[in-house]
Design a protein. Structure first.
Length: 252
């Protein structure tokens, strides 16, 4: 049987030691590493690509949620937390499982079994959706999104919205362009537009939204239409009404 590779993340040495001891009886577990803070955790997880992570939430350098946002590929995560009841509601709604300090041996075994179920079953997609929902829930109410979780090539990529160059509509999907990469997301342009800060993003055409920080030039055309040029040289058509909005923004 293939072993499940685990990383333990906790800023307290006793916390790491206890989890390692509770894992020892399980021959199907291989502890690939331990981390003492969030910054180290993000680096080690990206390097070793474990299957399962026990992730402390409150740590120096970077908390557990900030670690998640910096992962290139998201493993199954069991949170270890001393959070208040408000935060626990978010965990209950979105997390795979969590261990509330102090936890007993039976509760640990229950969380471990659940993590194994996700790894061996067909629930990996649901796991990624839950983690994305958790990131949104614990960050508090926001009018506009600041990051996206995108499934691609069997992994989940967390994108900062500010890194997006432009977005195009493709039927019931949108193509998100980030530098030389393109990511396909399910959803209609109109709904996606509502989630973006209008001070940073402008819908220049019925099928195109652009990051205004990427615009370097506007070229007016016949009857008020226009073309905008992005920093990477990409040229995009702008309708007459949007051309007026764009010019007003550029003249601020």
């Amino acid at each position: 049987m293939k072993k499940i590779r685990v990383i333990i993340v906790d800023d307290e040495a006793l916390g790491r030691k206890r989890i390692r001891k509770l894992l020892e009886p399980h021959a199907w577990i291989e502890v690939a590493g331990e981390c003492r803070d969030g910054r180290e955790a993000a680096e080690v997880i990206n390097q070793l690509k474990p299957d399962l992570v026990f992730l402390d939430v409150q740590m120096p350098e970077m908390n557990g949620f900030e670690v998640l946002a910096r992962l290139e590929r998201c493993p199954v995560v069991i949170f270890v937390t001393a959070h208040d009841q408000f935060a626990l509601k978010a965990f209950e709604a979105h997390a795979i499982d969590y261990l509330l300090k102090p936890f007993d041996d039976d509760r640990f075994e229950e969380a471990l079994a659940r993590g194994r179920t996700f790894l061996e079953g067909s629930e990996a997609g649901a796991m990624h959706e839950r983690l994305a929902g958790l990131l949104n829930a614990v960050s508090g109410p926001q009018k506009y999104i600041s990051r996206l979780a995108v499934k691609t090539s069997g992994r989940v990529v967390f994108l900062k919205v500010d890194e997006i160059d432009w977005i195009e509509s493709v039927g019931n999907y949108v193509n998100v362009h980030v530098r030389k990469e393109t990511y396909l997301l399910r959803g209609r342009m109109q709904e996606f537009e509502k989630q973006l800060d209008p001070e940073k993003f402008l819908r220049i055409h019925r099928s195109t939204i652009v990051n205004l920080d990427r615009v370097t030039e506007f070229q007016p055309l016949f009857k008020g239409d226009g073309v905008i040029v992005l920093k990477d040289g990409q040229r995009l058509s702008a309708s007459r009404s949007c051309s007026q909005k764009l010019q007003a923004f550029l003249l601020r």
